[in-house]
Ligand binder design. Structure first.
Ligand SMILES: Cc1cc2nc3c(=O)[nH]c(=O)nc-3n(C[C@H](O)[C@H](O)[C@H](O)COP(=O)(O)OP(=O)(O)OC[C@H]3O[C@@H](n4cnc5c(N)ncnc54)[C@H](O)[C@@H]3O)c2cc1C
Length: 407
């Protein structure tokens, strides 16, 4: 990782402009119409699965799937400024985000805590977009109080026999792999009997995945059932009963590992354009309405702060090591996302009411009633209600921040 002041030592403008042109040329030419459509129809952090995975593989073929990864594992070796230029050019074209579970969660975790065999076995598939990993942490009775989880594993020869279920497992219906927490002991404190396990298949005999329909009508989350399911113990990361610390390390990547400001900037641009077309009840357009302008201005100011924060972190600033950082990043970015989506929903007003789920499907021949902004505003708003819940609720994160910062 670069040192903080690398970000300040600007590379030659000419070199960076050449780099920008190279990125722009590729990003103009490489996405298929379906990938561009997926970008326009993205209403959550998890874009439409199939086209996003196709896009992941195209980026990988150019060596650009994982700019943040170390070069020895297939990263690009780009400077902070190059990574930022790439993100800017990416968002300018409205391209769909790659799915985070492999690239930003279990991938970095394996680099840090996986065995050399696990790294060799799993990292190439994550990088290439051949594998999709789902996260099996939460259970019907265990969300914020995750350590109370009860999905059990009993050792039997080289295997574990799993019993119990997981819930809210995002895109489990598409996944071919899962990282999960299991209870291997009921002795001592509840945190002490948890093990972190990788499943290299989602079709072990008996395993069942049932999708859940969300508030926005999408099937993003699932329940996963394990009735006497036999899986190999070789997928354990760390020692048996010592998975709690491993799980917390992954949560740091989940909460702190993504840069959100480029996509926020893209949404603000779309809001500005829509506001210039939307009549204000007081005459003129909303873009000229002082109340609207103030709200948008405040939002943009807060996004600029988040952007600065993300740049510091990306440049290796020590703030990224602060134990409060992942929770701070999660709370701020999720609340900004909710404010942006609420503004979008208000802009479309009654036009957001019709159920246009079919028009949202990539490749659908059902026409949207209006433009893409009106099509996605309400589903995006509804989906964004969950940003303050997933990856640990914001109430609990605030508690963690307070406890971390207490002198
Ligand atoms: C869209 C979505 C995607 C998700 N994806 C995944 C996934 O892929 N894999 C996975 O394992 N999980 C996933 N989750 C689950 C998510 O991590 C949990 O929903 C979350 O941790 C909250 O747990 P819970 O739903 O059981 O709520 P609860 O823990 O029951 O919380 C209910 C309410 O009580 C509050 N509360 C609870 N405890 C405290 C406390 N100590 N102090 C203050 N307030 C408290 C909470 O803030 C919340 O408002 C997802 C959830 C959603 C909504």
């Amino acid at each position: 990782m670069e040192k903080a002041d690398d970000f300040m030592n600007h590379e030659s403008d000419i070199v960076l402009e050449d780099f920008r042109a190279e990125v722009a040329q590729f990003l103009d030419a490489a996405p298929t119409p379906e990938i561009l459509e997926a970008g326009r129809k993205t209403t959550s952090a998890f874009g439409p699965y199939e086209p996003v995975m196709v896009w992941h593989r195209i980026l990988h073929s150019r060596g650009w799937a994982a700019p943040e990864w170390p070069v020895e594992h297939g990263g690009t070796g780009w400077s902070v400024e190059q990574r930022y230029i790439f993100a800017e050019e990416y968002q300018k074209r409205g391209l769909p985000p790659l799915l985070p579970n492999g690239l930003r969660m279990v991938g970095p975790l394996l680099m840090e805590l996986g065995t050399p065999e696990q790294q060799e076995r799993y990292l190439p598939g994550i990088l290439a977009g051949e594998d999709y990993w789902t996260q099996g942490y939460s259970e019907p009775g265990s969300g914020s109080d995750l350590a109370s989880l009860s999905c059990s594993a009993v050792a039997d020869g080289d295997d574990y026999i799993l019993n119990g279920s997981k819930i809210w497992t995002t895109f489990a219906q598409h996944a071919n792999r899962m990282f999960m927490l299991i209870r291997t002991s009921r002795e001592g404190r509840k945190q002490q009997g948890i093990t972190f396990l990788l499943l290299d298949r989602m079709d072990y005999p008996g395993m069942e995945v049932r999708p859940i329909v969300g508030l926005d009508g999408a099937e993003e989350q699932c329940e996963v059932f394990f009735p006497d399911v036999r899986v190999p113990q070789s997928g354990r990361v760390g020692a048996e009963n010592e998975g709690w610390e491993v799980s917390k390390q992954l949560l740091k990547y989940e909460r702190g590992g993504s840069a959100h400001s480029p996509v926020m900037r893209r949404r603000i641009k779309a809001i500005r354009e829509a506001a210039a077309q939307t009549p204000s009840p007081f005459g003129g357009t909303l873009a000229a309405d002082p109340v609207f302008q103030r709200e948008l201005g405040e939002l943009e100011g807060d996004i600029a702060s988040q952007e600065h924060f993300e740049k510091l972190v990306n440049s290796g600033h020590s703030i990224a090591l602060d134990p409060a950082y992942p929770s701070l990043n999660k709370v701020i970015s999720s609340e900004l996302t909710q404010r942006i989506s609420a503004l979008m929903a208000r802009l479309v007003g009654l036009d957001g009411i019709p159920d246009q789920r079919e028009a949202l499907i990539v490749g659908s021949n059902v026409e949207a009633l209006d433009d893409d902004f009106s099509l996605i505003a309400m589903p995006y708003y509804l989906n964004s209600r969950a940003t303050s819940i997933y990856a640990g609720t914001n109430e609990v994160q605030r508690d963690l921040i307070a406890r971390t910062l207490r002198p």
